[in-house]
Design a protein around this ligand. Structure first.
Ligand code: GLA
Length: 386
């Protein structure tokens, strides 16, 4: 009898333990999905329909807000070393401000990130001309580039990640570019504190494509002063020097012995005003760096550390280049979130890309996309605290 009771108790104990441990697992899973989430809200009206604002959150409280208007990253909340969250990207409070002219805050750039000399290129013997929106050159896909369109949006999930899939069809000769281009851009925020961006495109005629994201970061927090104290490292032995209109000369110049040597972490402000022709042409840093690539996959391109908050950012990409721009054209005329004017050098961009003006530079990696091929690139912004 006693023995039977012991057996029963043992059985009940084991069963209870199994249940409760299973229960715990479920709880953790639930917490994981409950705390990594995606929400959508109305964002206002555009000529192409109503815009939405999507809020992606991971289980660590990191939050990114993205609109399907221009695929714009409007907000990115990151913790600092004291646990305080700050919004680390420049942008506006209202959709209207993004519909007006602005320096591409947070937007998807297409069809061609950065400049094409004099807005013209020849492909397969056929000449194409683009709007000159940055005298005397074409910049960032033209006045009504991808940053000024409404994208179709779909919420997506992957293991440990929530995301937003944006797609649009860019018609043949939109902004002067040949071919009907089917474009998809996916933003995924995972629980390893990474924001992954996947870019894909196909065409029905030969064309050129170079997509990027134009987020301006300030790891102290947007509107909290300049970015000159950030420590930058770029995995590049060479950069592409430019002429006075910021078009690459075609040379791949070693960074060694120049203000462009960021191979070890260096404070941005240290050499940003150096007496150097390239610094003069850029008004500071506004240059493409030739990444030291080993293969085809995602590889580390750059890191940025902000010492007062401890925030650390790594940029990984499949792209051959990265544009480091330190906000030299910001002049306080853009009134940003919370009514704060964004002054000179209060944000920096690390735009992963093919080199500027590649359609006119036969020795640069090609940006030509042909029917039957798939354009596919990836970039990861990984965040932590040191
Ligand atoms: C890019 C360019 C800069 C500037 C900004 C937008 O980063 O390289 O010269 O045009 O975009 O203001």
């Amino acid at each position: 009898m006693k023995f039977k009771i012991y057996i029963m108790l043992l059985f009940l104990f084991c069963f209870g333990a199994a249940c409760s441990s299973g229960g715990n697992d479920n709880k953790e899973e639930q917490q994981q999905t409950a705390s990594s989430s995606i929400e959508v809200a109305d964002y206002g009206q555009t000529e192409e329909g109503p815009a939405k604002l999507y809020t992606l959150k991971n289980k660590n409280g990191i939050q990114v807000e993205i609109s399907n208007y221009g695929g714009i990253v409007t907000r990115l909340l990151l913790p600092g070393k004291d646990g305080q969250f700050d919004d680390v990207v420049l942008g506006f409070d209202k959709l209207e401000d993004y519909q007006n002219d602005h320096p591409y805050f947070g937007a998807i750039i297409g069809r061609y990130g950065n400049r094409i000399a004099k807005g013209s290129f020849t492909l397969d013997g056929q000449a194409y001309s683009l709007a000159i929106n940055n005298e005397p050159n074409a910049l960032h896909g033209g006045p009504t580039g991808f940053h000024k369109h409404l994208w179709q949006a779909k919420e997506i999930e992957r293991e440990g990640a929530v995301g937003l899939e944006l797609s649009r069809v860019s018609q043949d000769l939109e902004e002067g570019y040949p071919g009907t281009l089917n474009v998809t851009v996916r933003y995924l925020l995972n629980n390893a504190n990474e924001l992954l961006i996947e870019y894909e495109a196909t065409t029905d005629k030969p064309t050129v494509v170079n997509l990027t994201n134009h987020s301006y970061f300030n790891l102290k927090g947007a509107g909290k002063g300049d970015i000159l104290g950030h420590e930058l490292m770029i995995v590049a032995n060479r950069f592409t020097p430019v002429d006075s209109t910021l078009i690459p000369t075609g040379e791949l110049r070693p960074v060694e012995g120049t203000p462009f040597d960021f191979r070890t972490p260096t404070i941005i402000g240290e050499r940003v005003n150096a007496d150097n022709e390239q610094i003069r042409f850029g008004g500071g840093y506004d240059h493409n760096f030739v990444l030291n690539r080993k293969g085809e996959g995602l590889e580390l391109a750059a890191t940025v550390y902000e010492p007062t908050t401890g925030r650390f950012m790594e940029v990984l990409t499949t792209e051959p280049g990265i544009q480091f721009y330190c906000g030299n054209f910001l002049d306080g005329s853009n009134i940003g979130k919370g009514g704060v004017p964004y002054a000179y050098r209060t944000g920096f961009c690390l735009e992963t890309q093919h080199y500027p003006d590649s359609p006119n530079q036969p020795d640069f990696p090609s940006t030509v996309l042909r029917p039957g091929e798939k354009y596919e690139t990836k970039t990861v912004y990984r965040f932590s605290v040191k």
